[in-house]
Design a protein around this ligand. Structure first.
Ligand code: CO
Length: 156
């Protein structure tokens, strides 16, 4: 496994619409493992392939350090409710802001072993998945966030 370089806001790769993954093989699984290692090393809860310079529809999320999801060609097929919450991003170091997201979602994706999967998520996991899927469409949270601050806001 290897740590990958995280691309920062301003890098054109973060603005691209990513291409679907066509081949799910050992090479892709190694890449997903490298993405996960890079995410954990940076204390992130999600990472998308374009953030490490690869314009393909794949991301890794783990919001509790227990359940890691490798999402390949993910599509949100259901959304419910709206919730505003604070977000940050490994590509926008030290910036935080409030983003409105669906509270509950259903996402369909392909697993790292080429199985069709459906995941129902809510709260932080749902938020994280929506944030990562935006990356696959060339969108950064700072383009849609409110009240962007340097550093995490003080918790009341
Ligand atoms: Co991000």
């Amino acid at each position: 496994m290897a740590l990958l370089e995280i691309k920062k806001a301003g890098d054109p790769v973060l603005k691209e619409i990513c291409a679907p993954v066509e081949k799910i093989d050992k090479r892709l699984r190694n890449f997903l493992d490298d993405m996960a290692e890079t995410m954990y090393a940076s204390e992130g809860v999600g990472i998308a392939a374009p953030q490490v310079g690869k314009s393909i529809r794949a991301c890794v999320v783990d919001v509790d350090k227990k359940n890691r999801y490798d999402l390949i060609n993910p599509v949100i097929t259901y959304r419910e409710g709206l919730e505003v919450g604070e977000e940050g991003c490994l590509s926008c170091p030290d910036l935080f802001g409030d983003v409105e997201r669906a509270q509950k979602i259903r996402v369909e994706y392909i697993s790292r072993f080429n199985k069709k999967k459906t995941l129902e998520a809510e709260g932080l996991l749902a938020r994280c998945i929506q944030h990562e899927l935006d990356h696959l469409d060339g969108k950064l949270f700072i383009d849609i966030a409110q009240n962007i601050t340097k550093g995490r806001k003080e918790k009341k």
